[in-house]
Design a protein around this ligand. Structure first.
Ligand code: GTR
Length: 325
C-alpha cells in the first residue's frame, strides 16, 4: 500500500487527469432576491440545465436565491463589475442607468400581462435587451413579473383618492417615487428585504407588488388590504456580466442567449401557477382584496409621463409599445 501522502497525491493526479479529459467546468453564479421555488429562481435553474446540456457540462449555473448575494441594487453593481456572472432582477432598479428600461417601467404602459409578454418577447424587447450592453451587462431575456398593486396595513382602498396621505415603499427608481406622489401619497424607496419590518414597525403604511411577492415575502401577514389597481406591469430581466460573457466562445455565447430565451415559456407557466396559488393563499389567510376603478389611477399618471418621457426616442418607444396588438 502506498503511504497516505503518496496515495493522496496519486488520487489528486488521477482527478486532475480525469478533469483534463472531461474538460474544464465553470460554475456561473446567479443572484435572485426571491426564495427557492419562486418562478424566477426555478426558471433560471432551468436555463442552467439547458446551458449544461448544450455545453456538454462545461458550464453550469448555481442560483443564489433569497438575496444571499445581497439586495437587488447591490447585485446590479456586482454583475456589472463581474463579481457575479448572472442576475435576475426587476427592470425597475435599472432605470437610473439605462434610459430604455424606463418605458416598460411606466405605470399603465401595458394594457395587460399578455400585452407585456408580447412586447417584451418581440423586437421591442430585443432592442431593450441590447441597451444593457454599453453598461457592462448582456441582456438575455425578459420574464413575467405580473401586475403590481398597492397594499397597506391601515384600510381597504375603494378608490384612488383613498391612498392620499399614506406612505408606501417603492423600488429604487424615481419613476415609482413620482408615481406615488401623483396619487397624493408619499414614497420611500427601500430594499425589498426591509419591507416586512417596515410594515410591521409602521415606518411605512404599505407597499406595492404582485401576488407572488406579497405572499412569499409574507407582507400579507402584516398588510391585509390589497387594492387590485394593477398600476405597474414591470418585466423581470435576466442579465449576464459582460466580463463573464466575453470569456465564452462565440458558440457558447449563442448557447447562453438561446437557453435564456428558451427558459421564458417555462417561467410563464410557473408564473401563472404561482399567481393563482398566491392569490388563493392570501385570501385564505384573511387579506381583503378590493378592485378600485382604474380610470382615476390612469388619469393621475399624466405628470409621471410628462416628467420621465421627454426624450424623442423614449416618446416614440411609448407609442410603439402602445401600437403592439
Ligand atoms: C418583485 C420582483 C423583485 C423585486 C421586488 C421588489 O416583484 O420580482 O425582483 O424587484 O419585486 O419590489 O423589490
Amino acid at each position: 500500500m502506498l503511504p497516505f501522502t503518496k496515495r493522496a497525491a496519486a488520487t489528486a493526479l488521477a482527478l486532475l487527469l480525469a478533469a483534463g479529459t472531461a474538460g474544464a467546468q465553470t460554475v456561473l453564479r446567479s443572484s435572485d432576491t426571491h426564495p427557492d421555488g419562486y418562478p424566477t429562481v426555478e426558471a433560471v435553474k432551468y436555463f442552467g440545465e439547458l446551458v449544461k446540456e448544450r455545453t456538454e457540462g462545461r458550464y453550469t449555473v448555481e442560483v443564489y436565491h433569497s438575496a444571499q448575494l445581497g439586495q437587488e441594487a447591490d447585485t446590479i453593481e456586482q454583475v456589472r463589475t463581474g463579481v457575479i456572472d448572472l442576475n435576475r432582477t426587476s427592470l425597475g432598479p435599472w432605470n437610473g442607468l439605462i434610459p430604455a428600461t424606463t418605458v416598460p417601467s411606466l405605470p399603465y404602459i401595458f394594457r395587460s400581462v399578455e400585452h407585456a409578454r408580447t412586447v417584451m418577447n418581440g423586437p421591442i424587447g430585443d432592442e431593450i435587451l441590447a441597451a444593457f450592453e454599453p453598461h457592462g451587462v448582456v441582456g438575455l431575456a425578459f420574464y413575467d413579473g405580473g401586475a403590481r398593486s398597492f397594499y397597506n396595513t391601515k384600510k381597504p382602498i375603494a378608490a384612488a383618492a383613498d391612498l392620499e396621505g399614506m406612505k408606501f415603499r417603492v423600488m429604487q427608481s424615481d419613476i415609482f417615487v413620482d408615481m406615488v406622489a401623483a396619487l397624493g401619497a408619499s414614497a420611500t424607496p427601500m430594499p425589498y428585504g426591509e419591507v416586512y419590518s417596515g410594515l410591521e414597525t409602521g415606518v411605512i403604511d404599505g407597499a406595492e407588488n404582485n401576488f407572488p411577492s406579497y405572499d412569499t415575502a409574507k407582507h400579507a401577514e402584516v398588510a391585509k388590504y390589497y387594492a387590485l389597481d394593477e398600476h405597474l406591469i414591470v418585466p423581470e430581466v435576466l442579465v449576464m456580466s459582460k466580463l463573464s460573457f466575453d470569456r465564452l466562445s462565440p458558440e457558447d455565447q449563442a448557447v447562453v442567449r438561446q437557453a435564456a430565451k428558451d427558459s421564458v415559456a417555462r417561467q410563464w407557466e410557473l408564473w401563472d401557477a404561482q399567481v393563482a396559488k398566491s392569490r388563493a393563499a392570501v385570501e385564505a389567510s384573511g387579506s381583503t382584496i378590493t378592485t378600485p376603478d382604474k380610470a382615476a389611477f390612469i388619469a393621475a399618471m399624466e405628470p409621471v409621463y410628462a416628467k420621465h418621457v421627454t426624450d424623442p426616442a423614449l416618446k416614440a418607444l411609448v407609442e410603439r409599445i402602445r401600437a403592439v396588438e
